[in-house]
Each structure stands twice: as structure tokens, then as C-alpha cells.
Design a protein around this ligand. Structure first.
Ligand code: HEM
Length: 290
């Protein structure tokens, strides 16, 4: 007969691994949200209750506490970039780190803003604070992007769709090559230019727009449609080009989705670097003018 302990172990094994599948925001029953709230409450209490002769600002002793906490947090939040590239599980899993990153990152809105004592102006301190807010706002965008991302939009699903679309284009291009044989040199050249254009080329802005103002396939369709002699072979080529364009539209929509997902990190990380530089300058200037 199985002992109570072994039955307990078996029951635990058969339980769904809830913690593995819960999102990073809820990690460990919102542990990091609670930690962030406690931190914010302490910061607020200190700000409201500790007397300061010239009013609260970064230069009081409590202002220094808030500033040091904020700077320490920013330094630690930056380390996520390094942590992301190392694999471990458990208490300090990447999910735990990301959870702490998000909630403690948000607590900076309170901590750093109270540190300023609401004395904003055209100065390095306010600039540093503004950079921090940009990093935080882009971080919020990132969390929303993660949350709203369709489950199918994983790297492997994306590779699969991409391979499917490339295959689709190849098949159409093989048919086009044959169908374009009877065309005159200028028309054949327009078709060749359409086939030569790389469907996946283009910078971030192009990908975000989901369209290509210099689409050679569309240019070829427009040109061929203008021709006076619309014989059967020309009509077949135009039909194939229209199919090609439909596949290209799908490619552009897929690229747009991926770009919309990536764009925030392209701001989050470089502005973090600018923030670290501004923060270092801010700290040095404070000690210089001490
Ligand atoms: C000043 C505060 C912050 C700093 C300095 C900071 C910095 C960073 C850095 C360096 C990374 C690593 C990027 C990479 O290597 O790919 C990162 C990732 C990330 N940050 Fe922040 N961050 C801050 C605040 C926030 C906030 C407030 C949020 C959300 C509300 C947030 C959400 C994220 C997310 C979702 C990731 C990506 C995690 C992943 O891809 O696994 N960050 N952040």
C-alpha cells in the first residue's frame, strides 16, 4: 500500500505545472508587484512625513536615499540584457527576473519622481528623468506586445509561414518565367524586375508601414495593363503578377507584425544606454558641486 507521503508526491507530480505557464506579470502570485508597491509606499511616506527645510528635493538626506535607490534599480534593470542571455530556472529564472524587472521598473515612476521633489526644469536631472520615462513607456508597450501577441506568432511559427510564403513566390515566379516568354523585351524586363526584387528587404520604417512604394510587381502590373494588345499570354502574365502581389501583401503584413513587436526594444535598449550616460553625468555633477 502506498504511503501518504508517496501519494502526496504522486499527486504533486500529476498536478499541472501552473507556475511554468503563468505569465511573468503574475509570477509567484504577483510577488514583485507587491514588492514594488511596498517600495512606492515607503518612498511616498518618507516624502510626505520627513521634514525638509527647503521642501523635498534630491538634495535632502531622504532625497539621496531615493536617488541612490533609483540609480541602483536602474543599474540592476539594465542587467536584464545580460541575464536574458544566460539560462537558469527556479527562484531566479528568467521569468522571475522579467517579473521583477517590470514591476520594480514601474516603481521608478514614483521613486525617481519623488526624488526630483517635482522640481522640473531645463537641466540634466530633468533630462535624465525624461529619458527614464521614455524607457518605462516603451517597456509598457513591450509588455502589451507580449500580452497581445497571438500564440502562433512564435519564432518557429513565423519561420514556417515565411518558408511557405517563399515557396509560394518561387512557384509563381517559375510560372511567370515561362508565361513571359512571348512578351516584348520591355514587358519581359518589367516582369524580370518584379521577380528580382527581394520581398524581405527594407528597413524598419518600410516594414512598419506594411507596404512598398517601389513595388516592382505593382509597377509591372500597371505597365502591362496599359498595353494596347491585351492578348491571352499578356493576360496570363498579369494574372500571375496579381497572384504574386497577393503573396507579397501577406509577406508585408507578416513583416509589419514582427516590426511592431520589435520596435519598442529598438527604443528601450538605446535609450537605456543614453539614460545610463545621463545618470552617470548627473551623479558626477552632484558630487562635483557638493
Ligand atoms: C529605467 C527603467 C528600465 C531600464 C533601465 C530597462 C532596461 C532594459 C534592458 C537593458 C532590457 C534588455 C533588453 C535586451 O537585451 O533585449 C530590458 C528588457 C525588457 N524590459 Fe526594461 N527597462 C526598464 C524599465 C522597464 C519597464 C518599466 C518595463 C515594463 C513596464 C520594462 C519591460 C521590459 C521587457 C518586457 C523587456 C524584455 C524582456 C524579454 O524580452 O525577455 N522595462 N529592459
Amino acid at each position: 500500500m502506498a504511503s501518504a507521503a508517496s501519494r502526496g508526491r504522486a499527486a504533486r507530480r500529476s498536478q499541472p505545472a501552473v507556475t511554468q505557464h503563468e505569465g511573468f506579470l503574475r509570477h509567484h502570485r504577483f510577488f514583485w508587484l507587491k514588492a514594488a508597491l511596498v517600495l512606492c509606499a515607503l518612498a511616498w511616506l518618507g516624502y510626505a512625513l520627513i521634514p525638509a527645510a527647503d521642501g523635498p528635493y534630491g538634495g535632502t538626506w531622504f532625497g539621496y536615499v531615493l536617488g541612490t535607490t533609483g540609480a541602483g534599480l536602474i543599474g540592476w534593470l539594465t542587467l536584464l540584457g545580460i541575464r536574458k542571455r544566460t539560462m537558469t530556472t527556479g527562484r531566479w529564472s528568467l521569468k522571475a527576473w522579467t517579473s521583477a524587472h517590470v514591476w520594480l521598473g514601474l516603481s521608478l515612476i514614483v521613486i525617481a519622481t519623488l526624488h526630483t521633489g517635482m522640481r522640473m526644469g531645463l537641466n540634466l536631472a530633468t533630462f535624465t528623468w525624461a529619458l527614464m520615462l521614455i524607457v518605462i513607456v516603451t517597456g509598457i508597450y513591450g509588455v502589451i506586445a507580449y500580452a497581445t501577441l497571438p500564440a502562433a506568432f512564435s519564432r518557429s511559427a513565423e519561420r514556417h509561414t515565411r518558408a511557405e510564403m517563399v515557396d509560394g513566390l518561387r512557384t509563381i515566379d517559375r510560372q511567370l518565367q515561362e508565361a513571359a516568354q512571348p512578351l516584348d523585351a520591355v514587358s519581359a524586363q518589367a516582369v524580370a524586375a518584379a521577380m528580382a526584387q527581394d520581398a524581405f528587404a527594407g528597413g524598419l520604417l518600410r516594414r512598419l508601414s506594411g507596404s512598398d512604394p517601389h513595388c516592382a510587381t505593382l509597377a509591372a502590373i500597371t505597365m502591362l495593363r496599359e498595353g494596347s494588345n491585351q492578348d491571352a499570354s499578356l493576360k496570363r502574365v498579369i494574372g500571375l503578377l496579381a497572384k504574386r502581389r497577393a503573396v507579397l501583401d501577406r509577406v508585408r503584413q507578416a513583416l509589419r507584425q514582427r516590426a511592431l513587436f520589435e520596435v519598442w526594444l529598438r527604443v528601450h535598449v538605446p535609450v537605456t544606454i543614453a539614460l545610463l550616460a545621463a545618470l552617470t553625468a548627473h551623479i558626477i555633477s552632484v558630487f562635483y558641486y557638493w
